[in-house]
Ligand binder design. Structure first.
Ligand code: TMP
Length: 215
């Protein structure tokens, strides 16, 4: 089967299990005859991966919130032009671990840059580039942070600058993602991420089928 190229993004706070779910979904889509490109943000192109390093490592107060928003938009513009658009033009499905909404939630709401300001910055950087579907994995902050901490303990890349921000910051993010879903119910689906990996994966596949994205 080879339908239309689709652009799917996965969003949520820390420790929601996005990366695991994306990998499982990509494997399943391939069994359905879909060619998939898995990518992530910040990153996904050589230049954007360099910016990722700057953003995710080091002291919590390393950057001003506005500098973060600008760097993320710069990285995203590069990622879109050099990775996402070529893959979509080649007929692939693009599955992206975080995108536009993470900047709205993290920098716009969490870091206080302002939602409209972040939207404006992104518009300047790359115009309008919206996913066909955004899956928001929602989970209580406490559980997410605990999971994220366990994961970081097992890794050595120290990409935990945002995880180390205050608890109230993470609560704000959660609400910001839920508000995005309320504002754009056509594009966004919220899923309860506090459930077994297999169950959550089943739910994701059902959404893809229900929305007839494979045809
Ligand atoms: P992740 O690989 O766990 O998703 O880590 C990416 C981190 O970067 C995560 O803490 C959220 C943060 N981030 C932003 O603050 N704004 C953004 O626009 C993006 C894409 C990520």
């Amino acid at each position: 089967m080879s339908g239309k190229a689709r652009f799917l993004t996965f969003e949520g706070g820390e420790g929601a299990g996005k990366s695991t779910q994306i990998r499982l979904l990509a494997n399943w889509l391939e069994t359905q005859g879909v060619e998939v490109l898995l990518t992530r943000e910040p990153g996904g192109s050589p230049g954007a991966e360099l910016i990722r390093d700057l953003l995710l490592k080091g002291a919590v107060d390393r950057w001003l919130p506005i500098s973060e928003a600008l760097m993320l938009a710069a990285a995203r513009a590069d990622h879109i032009e050099r990775t996402i658009k070529p893959a979509l033009e080649a007929g692939k499905w693009v599955l992206c671990d975080r995108f536009y909404d993470s900047s709205v939630a993290y920098q716009g709401a969490g870091r206080g840059v302002g939602i409209e300001e972040v939207q404006h910055i992104q518009e300047i950087a790359f115009g309008d580039m919206r996913p066909d579907l955004t899956l928001i994995l929602d989970l209580p902050v406490e559980i997410g942070l605990k999971r994220a901490l366990a994961r970081e303990g097992a890794k050595s890349d120290m990409e935990d600058r945002f995880e180390r921000m205050e608890r109230s910051f993470h609560e704000t993010l959660r609400q910001a993602f839920l508000s995005i879903a309320e504002r754009e119910p056509e594009r966004c689906v919220v899923l309860d991420a506090d459930q077994a990996i297999e169950r959550l994966q089943e739910n994701l596949r059902t959404i893809i089928m229900d929305k007839a994205l494979l045809s």
